[in-house]
Design a protein around this ligand. Structure first.
Ligand code: NDP
Length: 434
């Protein structure tokens, strides 16, 4: 911790993983002898760079860009780019660290990395976002590549931003290298199901957890936080499986729609108009309430899916969810639950799916996009979704079996951390002192 002062989220992510590893280190002292833990905490490479760009008023603006290439034991570095004013090295490192184990759990040949900028796309024109993305890529391009490092989207980086980034990469390198970025548009190398994959995957994982208790999503009352990419497709899949999703949020407030959220209207406002949830409430009419500020976790639900951002669900919120009878919580976002919240869920014996496992469907489908690019092929929606489902069921079962093997049946945190760690640690040992 002393080597990385002030990086609170990174410390939190490392502690959360290392707390699970006792039993595996007792069984495999060779990991300690080879200093695998110390090596895992030190990224293979970190790049921090200036991103100058010009706004529509002709004023020069400066942001900071990051790419942390954490671990390539299993494949090229892989992980998203986040554009949000809160981004600093500690956030990028926590996300990159998590990504190592998540990617290992998918069973796909991908290492872990993450990047982004403190640039805030909110309120910027398309032209400003394009100029920013072009400037960002003008530095990033020299560090990435199909066999080196393959970025994708995250908070604030969706199809529009990936398009501008890809266009600039192509222009600088004079190569149509599809496999250098994932989350691309469908007509230029993207994969069907990639936009849906993280949210769909989170709900598929939740369904598998519920099955272990003889339950299913069908008929459950569900609350989701966020209303971005992950949240929208978690809502969509939950509805497909028969659940009633009554609430979602953005950083300004949340809506409660007892008849079930109107997904078409939500997508129109969030994906097309880039509007706010307050607009949804205004257009949906009197059956809906909009609560400015406050916590979406006050809304009673059987299934809670945090899909917004880190540390958005703390011990107090967990207590309220438990008092209201929550049965299952699955993290669509990365580290949305504080360690206090996770401890309360586990003590109460409810089902808890950690992000490393529950939201791995997005990166897994990115790896499927890389496969399609490598073979210059594109698969149907049905085929790709079937692969995603198979992968999520596989991740669930691997976590459950690993937890059982290491004496913590039903503990998906232990299962995900140990399952991911062993795979990466074995590969690091096999590849020598790297
Ligand atoms: P989006 O930018 O599409 O949406 C983010 C949503 O979360 C928005 O509704 C946003 O509200 C809300 N939000 C963001 N920051 C805050 C905050 N500080 N407080 C309250 N609300 C906030 O991002 P994604 O849906 O892509 O990502 C959401 C989470 O899922 C992140 O943790 C990300 O790392 C994780 N994830 C994403 C994957 C993907 O494939 N996209 C893959 C795996 C994990 P507002 O619009 O008001 O800011």
């Amino acid at each position: 911790l002393a080597r990385n002062p002030g990086e609170d989220e990174f410390h939190q992510a490392v502690i959360e993983v290392f707390e699970s590893l006792g039993p595996v280190l007792d069984k495999h002292p060779e990991f300690l002898d080879a200093a695998v833990l110390e090596r895992l905490c030190e990224p293979e490479r970190q790049i921090i760079f200036r991103v100058p760009w010009m706004d529509d008023a002709g004023q020069v603006r400066i942001n900071r860009g990051f790419r942390v290439e954490f671990n390539s034991a299993l494949g090229p570095f892989k992980g998203g780019l986040r554009f949000h004013p809160s981004v600093y090295l500690g956030i990028v490192k926590f996300l990159g660290f998590e990504q190592i184990f998540k990617n290992a759990l998918t069973g796909m040949p991908i290492g872990g990395g993450k990047g982004g900028s403190d640039f805030d796309p909110r309120g910027k024109s398309d032209a400003e976002v394009m100029r920013f993305c072009q400037s960002f890529m003008t530095e990033l391009y020299r560090h990435i590549g199909e066999y080196t490092d393959v970025p994708a989207g995250d908070i604030g980086v969706g199809g529009r931003e990936i398009g501008y980034l890809f266009g600039q990469y192509k222009r600088i390198t004079n190569r149509f290298e599809s496999g250098v970025l994932t989350g691309k548009g469908m007509s230029w190398g993207g994969s069907l199901v990639r936009p849906e994959a993280t949210g769909y995957g989170t709900v598929l994982f939740t369904e598998e957890m519920l099955k272990t208790r003889g339950l299913s999503m069908d008929g459950q009352r569900v609350v989701v936080s966020g209303s971005g990419n992950v949240a929208i497709y978690a809502i969509a899949k939950a509805r497909q499986l028969g659940a009633n999703v009554v609430s979602c949020s953005d950083s300004a407030g949340y809506v409660v729609d007892e008849q079930g959220l109107d997904l078409d209207l939500l997508q129109q406002i969030k994906e097309v108009e880039r509007g706010r949830l307050s607009d949804y409430a205004a257009r949906r009419g009197s059956s809906v309430s909009y609560v400015e500020g406050g916590s979406v976790w006050d809304v009673p639900a059987a299934v809670a899916l945090p899909c917004a951002t880190q540390n958005e669900l703390d011990g107090d919120a967990a207590g309220r969810l438990l008092n209201n009878g929550v049965l299952a919580v699955a993290e669509g976002a990365n580290m949305p639950c504080t360690s206090g919240a996770v401890a309360l869920f586990q003590d109460a014996g409810i089902l808890f799916g950690p992000g490393k496992a529950a939201n791995a469907g997005g990166v897994a489908t990115s790896a499927l996009e890389m496969q399609q690019n490598a073979s210059r092929d594109s698969w149907s929606f049905e085929h790709t979704e079937a692969r995603l489902t198979e992968i999520m069921v596989g991740i669930h079962d691997r976590c459950a079996e690993t937890a059982e093997t290491y004496g913590a049946p039903g503990n998906y945190v232990v299962g995900a951390n140990i399952g991911g760690f062993v795979k990466v640690a074995d590969a690091m040992l096999a590849q020598g002192l790297i």
